[in-house]
Design a binder for this molecule. Structure first.
Ligand code: AMP
Length: 403
């Protein structure tokens, strides 16, 4: 069984093709700057021995449909492809960012699902419209293959009211759907499953805090496999300090900025989403650069990292209290998987809480799942590489087989 996973952005299509019988990636790629003269398509075919053959094309991709058609040509190309023709694709799994309260799990896409995703556009104006374009285009390119939507929000639909309601007039929730939804659900769910497998215990027996630290960042408190709280809110702006997003701030700050600096709502939106976080604090949103600058004695970069890791630590405490009992902490995504210093700072001085890292294990650069806690640590601390695309393929397969 072959499953194609598609993640469509406003000017991009990211894709991965999986052989689900052997649980391996066959091909992957990214079409970027769609509709611009400088469009780029990077494609990679993965051979049986795990080596990859790469192809980069630099020619204008006029729109998403043309992009997906070219991707199909590459996937079926004798040299760079992995299948003979597109009917070899059993199903397509789409990443859809906002499912609102409609969707608690992966869903076969039909007209009613499209309508519901459209209704959620006001909640995710930057993400849901391109996701819808991706589905519409894929539907015409793969008319024979069923299409499934895997929602970033679905995993967090188990969060109870006390955690998802904001303390504002109830009508705002009931009529206008203002509540916390949470995102990165696919990643939190995936690493939680992998952590349980690693610990050789059923997920339903474990309480975890998963910490996804990429360009976007969020944490999830997971009780017996179900998300009971998360740091992102109605939008991905709430919670942790991120690459360019502020995370939590006093909600009165925008009023102050408007009154005292005459900033418009649009400017404040850009400020908090694009110019804040690490970038706002020290001028770069690339954590590797922050670390390099710290190594050369840069105080501003050091302060940015302090703010970044302190926020994570504070949420570890909050989620620990919410869970009551904690079995493991899981670090994942670009920063969480690759940076021992950040893991160290997030877990520092928490011996009394049962969290203690082992320096040697934490500094071991080996890839894959690893345990980085000391043997005294009551709580396991794991590094688990995330794989949102594989999780989307797994979910798609599960749904396809259950129908
Ligand atoms: P992601 O969104 O998961 O691709 O993560 C992107 C972030 O991971 C960027 O801020 C990168 O700078 C960061 N990153 C990748 N590798 C490392 C590393 N070795 N140390 C620190 N940050 C890293």
């Amino acid at each position: 069984m072959k499953i194609l996973v598609i993640n469509t952005g406003s000017s991009s299509i990211k894709y991965e093709l999986f052989d689900m019988d052997h649980h391996v990636k066959l091909a992957a790629g990214l079409a970027e700057k769609i509709s611009e003269d400088a469009s780029v398509l990077k494609h990679e075919k993965v051979n049986k021995n795990g080596e990859s053959v790469k192809k980069i094309e630099k020619q204008k991709i006029p729109d998403h449909r043309a992009g997906l058609n070219r991707i199909v040509e590459l996937l079926t190309d004798p040299e760079f492809g992995a299948i003979q023709n597109k009917s070899g694709i059993s199903a397509v799994g789409h990443r859809v960012v906002h499912g609102g309260e409609h969707f608690h799990s992966t869903t076969l896409i039909d007209e009613s699902v499209m309508k519901a995703v459209r209704e959620n556009v006001p909640l995710a104006p930057l993400h849901n419209p391109p996701n819808l374009i991706g589905i519409e285009v894929a539907h015409t390119v793969f008319p024979e293959s069923p299409q499934y939507a895997v929602f970033d929000t679905a995993f967090h639909m188990s969060i109870p009211k006390r955690a998802y309601l904001y303390a504002i007039p109830m009508d705002m929730y009931v009529k206008d759907r203002v509540r916390r939804y949470g995102f990165h659900g696919t990643s939190h769910a995936y690493v939680a499953e992998k952590a349980a497998e690693h610990m050789n215990r059923p997920l339903s027996d474990l309480n975890m805090i998963t910490i996804h630290l990429g360009n976007g960042a969020s944490m999830s408190a997971i009780q017996k496999g179900k998300s009971i709280d998360t740091t992102m809110g109605m939008t991905p702006l709430e919670g942790l300090v991120m690459g360019t997003r502020s995370g939590d701030i006093d909600p009165a700050i925008p009023f102050y900025l408007s009154d005292h600096l005459n900033m418009s709502l649009k400017e404040i939106n850009t400020l908090l989403n694009k110019k804040s976080g690490l970038k706002g604090l020290c001028g770069t949103n690339d954590m590797r650069e922050v670390i390099q600058r710290i190594q050369t004695g840069d105080e501003q970069a050091k302060l940015a990292l302090d703010v970044y890791t302190y926020r994570i630590k504070k949420y570890i405490g909050a989620f620990y209290a919410a869970l009551g009992k904690l079995d493991c902490l899981v670090f994942t995504a670009g920063i969480g998987e690759n940076n021992p210093l950040i893991r160290n700072l997030c877990c520092s001085d928490m011996n009394e809480l049962g969290i203690e890292l082992d320096n040697e294990r934490n500094n071991n650069p080996a890839k894959g799942i690893k345990e980085v806690n000391s043997s005294n640590s009551r709580i396991k601390v794991l590094v688990v590489p995330t794989n949102e695309e594989l999780k989307i393929a797994d979910e798609t397969k599960k749904c396809l087989l259950s129908q």
